[in-house]
Design a protein around this ligand. Structure first.
Ligand code: GTP
Ligand code: MG
Length: 322
């Protein structure tokens, strides 16, 4: 794929946009005002409105470095994949193109990366209580909190906002992050990958605004909520296999015990098994339980080895870059 060089500061502002004709111009100009030397890229995804035209016009008229990239495969994840593959920058600042994340926070987000204090800096919408106030969709707040709780529990982290669309990423992070999700699960996936691989995450409390009148959210509460839960499920299976298979094993074990107890009881009393199908079912569940825990142990070793390989690759790169 072709590499687009960003000059002169190598900061690329990435604005994924799908039908954002009402807000795209202001989004670009706000970031241009805050970071005049950054390149600004709009990643357009089959918008049927004037998004592409307005974005191109705004960038050209104001002589802003960057451009509009068109990604035919729908989804925010696909849009970011396009951006990470084609844009060469030292810092990637991602924001929505809907004016909900104030550009005046941009420097706060990239500063820890410039200083080398973090690999990912996230604009945290919750700590100032802004998201709850501005977002009128009850389930979003609940969904955010649930996902956050599970992630913090699993990774023993203390994050406040895993689903924020406003984040700055280092070049190192982007070069090592494989985008494997297509839609809005990308935010959760970014956070999980960073936690699992030991990248340094910093959160900056930010002000969050409601979408301006006339502009519409692309997020479907239940459809995208289900995808996020599925991503967590997948991540558990991949990153925490022992935990995942231990739960599965526990489930089989308890069911086996439940079906097996009457059979054992029967055998104790009459020294004979009358409920043969129940005994077979119970034995099968117990076998499944042992298979599951065995799988957990094996896959845990694989995950551990993957982590070691990943760290070696990073180390190798760092040594070569010296
Ligand atoms: N390129 C691209 N961008 C998308 C797609 N879906 C959403 N976006 C953009 O991603 C950003 C986030 O989408 P939103 O609809 O604002 O989702 P949200 O921020 O979770 O929801 P709100 O709280 O309503 O703002 C916006 O800039 C969208 O235009 C897509 O399929 N492709
Ligand atoms: Mg938004």
């Amino acid at each position: 794929m072709k590499n687009i060089k960003t000059k002169p500061l190598n900061i690329a502002v990435i604005l994924p946009a799908f039908n954002e004709e009402i807000t795209i111009k202001k989004s670009i100009l706000d970031f241009y005002t805050t970071l005049p030397r950054a390149s600004i890229y709009v990643i357009n995804n089959n918008s049927s409105d004037q998004t592409e035209f307005i974005a191109n016009k705004t960038l050209t008229k104001n002589k802003i470095h960057g451009g509009v990239l068109n990604e035919p495969k729908q989804g925010k994840g696909n849009a970011l994949k396009k951006a990470f593959c084609e844009i060469d920058a030292d810092i990637y600042l991602i924001a929505d193109a809907d004016c909900t994340y104030p550009a005046f926070h941009a420097f706060e987000l990239i500063e820890p990366l410039i200083k080398g204090q973090a690999d990912m800096v996230v604009g945290d919408r919750h700590s100032l209580g802004q998201y709850k106030k501005q977002n009128k969709r009850m389930f979003h707040n609940f969904g955010n909190k649930l996902v956050l709780f599970i992630i913090n529990l699993l990774f023993r982290s203390n994050l406040h906002d895993v689903m924020s669309g406003f984040r700055a990423l280092s070049r190192d992070f982007v070069q090592n992050y494989p985008v494997i999700v297509e839609g809005f699960e990308i935010e959760t996936d970014l956070a999980l990958f960073a936690l699992d691989k030991g990248f340094r995450i910093q959160e900056i409390p930010i002000v969050y605004k409601e979408r301006p009148l006339g502009s519409f959210s692309k997020l479907s509460t239940f459809g995208d909520g289900a995808k996020v839960v599925f991503t967590i499920f997948q991540m558990l299976r991949i990153y925490k296999p022992f935990f995942f298979f231990a739960i599965l094993s526990g489930f089989f074990f308890l069911s086996g015990l439940l079906f097996g107890l009457p059979v054992i009881n029967e055998y104790m009393i009459s020294k004979f098994i009358y409920h043969v199908p129940l005994a077979i079912l119970s034995a099968a569940l117990m076998i499944l339980s042992f298979i599951a825990i065995g799988l957990g142990v094996m896959l845990d070793a694989v995950a551990h080895q993957n982590k070691i390989n990943f760290q070696f690759r990073m180390l190798d790169k760092a040594l070569k870059n010296r």
